[in-house]
Design a protein around this ligand. Structure first.
Ligand code: PRP
Ligand code: URA
Ligand code: MG
Length: 206
């Protein structure tokens, strides 16, 4: 399943992020707001179970979330999506996977991994602003599957068809959510038009 949200509020904020004139503070704030808006859509099909509740007027059957949610940002840039999603799912647990892309080969390299227990019983949301070649996302999904995850959503801001195809080929069971689908990759593996290097723009490292 691939869902490209294309929501006017998200597109407006993403347009501000795309501008090369947008500084670190506004870039981060827009990303945080988009994460919250995306979370609302991504959570639409979370499983629920009936629960008996006594209101001040009488008994009723309500519904509560029946599975833990585990958010897994791909370090570094994925951190920019974490707080916005957690505002909507404050009980979510958080796992981390550190991944950098070799600038020449574009191959992902894992340098850190720490996950909560029971990934096999949870809905696992892997989050990263950029889905370029798809190498980092595929490797992150491999890592959580190795630890038992079987209900996985990949949440990215900007993707390209190459990256989506790579994830769908390696992990056809994973639902993919994008705020926008861009055109292509350039010769350096950057998304065109994209928004540049997300990690550098979030953390001011360029
Ligand atoms: O789809 P891919 O071709 O794998 O590229 C996407 C990855 O590249 C960026 O991370 P980067 O390696 O720049 O690390 P950073 O988050 O520390 O900046 C981005 O945040 C993704 O993780
Ligand atoms: O366009 C891109 C591609 C990979 N990583 C980024 O941060 N931006
Ligand atoms: Mg980067």
């Amino acid at each position: 399943m691939l869902e490209v949200l294309n929501h006017p509020l998200i597109t407006h904020k993403l347009t501000q992020m795309r501008s090369k004139d947008t500084g670190t503070k506004d870039f981060r704030e827009n990303l945080d707001e988009i994460a919250e808006l995306m979370a609302y859509e991504v959570c639409r099909d979370l499983p629920t179970q009936p629960v008996d509740v006594e209101t001040p007027i009488g008994p009723c059957v309500g519904y509560e979330l029946s599975k833990e949610v585990v958010i897994v940002p791909i370090l570094r840039a994925g951190i920019g999506l974490l707080d916005g999603i957690r505002r909507l799912v404050p009980t979510a647990k958080v796992g981390f996977i550190g991944m950098y892309r070799d600038e020449k080969t574009l191959e992902p390299h894992e340098y850190f991994a720490k996950f909560p227990k029971d990934l096999d019983k949870s809905v696992v949301m892997i989050v990263d602003p950029m889905l370029a070649t798809g190498g980092s996302a595929v490797a992150a999904i491999d890592a959580v599957k190795k630890r038992g995850a079987n209900n996985i959503k990949l949440v990215c801001l900007v993707g390209v068809p190459e990256g989506v195809r790579a994830v769908q080929k390696a992990h056809p069971d994973v639902d993919i959510y994008l705020a926008a689908m861009d055109e292509k990759l350039n010769e350096n593996g950057y998304i065109v038009p994209g928004l540049g290097d997300a990690g550098d723009r979030i953390f001011g490292t360029k």
